[in-house]
Structure formats: C-alpha cells, structure tokens
Design a protein around this ligand. Structure first.
Ligand SMILES: [Zn+2]
Length: 141
C-alpha cells in the first residue's frame, strides 16, 4: 500500500471515529442534562415514567450500536496498520477509496460484491424453482 492511500484510509476511518464519538458524547450529555434540569423528575406518573424508560432503552441501544461501530473502526485501524485493511476479501485487489468512504467496513471490491449479489439472486431463484417443483411433485404423490 502506498503512503497516500494509507494516509487517506486512515483519515476516512479517523473522521468516522470522531463523528461517532461526538454523537455518543452528545447523547450522554443530553441524558445527563435532562436529568439535571428536570425538577419534576421523581413525580412522573407510571405511564410517563415507563415512556421515559422506553426512551432510555432506545437511547441506550443506539449508544450500544455506536460503541460496536467504534470497535469495528478500531479493528479496521488495526488492520490498516497491518496492511490488510482495504483489500478485497475475494480477489485481493485494493478496494477503491471512494467505496471505503461510503462503506468503511466493505470487505469486497465493487465487482466482487456485485458478482456475489448476482450469485445470491440466482441461488434464491433456483431455490424458489426447486420449492415450486417439489410442491408440484407433492401434489402428484
Ligand atoms: Zn474483489
């Protein structure tokens, strides 16, 4: 991998990382300031508080999802250091920077991904036909 590509990929990953850290920190701040600025807290009726609970759960799930994405980014940065990041899993070619910017965790190049999708569609079609054929046989039997 040449130096420019390395620097570019690193930039893509670090930008994405910073975005997510900001979002998570923003959320944490929201949750905290809501608690601090809400003198009514503690006198919510049951419906209100269960609604707040659901809201909390959603927030928590979102934060958890972002934390998982952060792990993936760290993993990608590690692979970048090793020089294995940004290569297609199928053909070993470099995945374009444009593609990685849109999909930082892409493991296949565009061509291989498309070929895979076509193959999957074909498999689904074959499976459907097979299903229809066996249904027909069942009816005969
Ligand atoms: Zn490929």
């Amino acid at each position: 991998m040449n130096r420019e590509r390395y620097a570019e990929l690193r930039r893509i990953l670090e930008e994405r990382r910073r975005e997510i850290v900001d979002q998570v920190q923003g959320k944490m701040r929201d949750v905290r300031s809501e608690g601090a600025n809400n003198p009514d807290q503690g006198v919510l009726d049951a419906a209100e508080s269960s609604e707040a609970d659901i809201q909390d759960e959603i927030e928590f799930a979102l934060i958890q999802m972002k934390a998982e994405t952060l792990n993936k980014i760290d993993e990608a940065l590690r692979r970048l250091e090793e020089g294995t990041f940004g290569h297609c899993f199928e053909c070993g070619e470099e995945i374009s920077e444009r593609r990685l910017r849109a999909l930082p965790f892409a493991v296949r190049c565009k061509d291989c991904e498309e070929a895979r999708e076509v193959a999957q569609q074909r498999e689904r079609l074959i499976a459907q036909r097979r299903g229809a054929a066996s249904l027909f046989l069942d009816m005969q039997g």
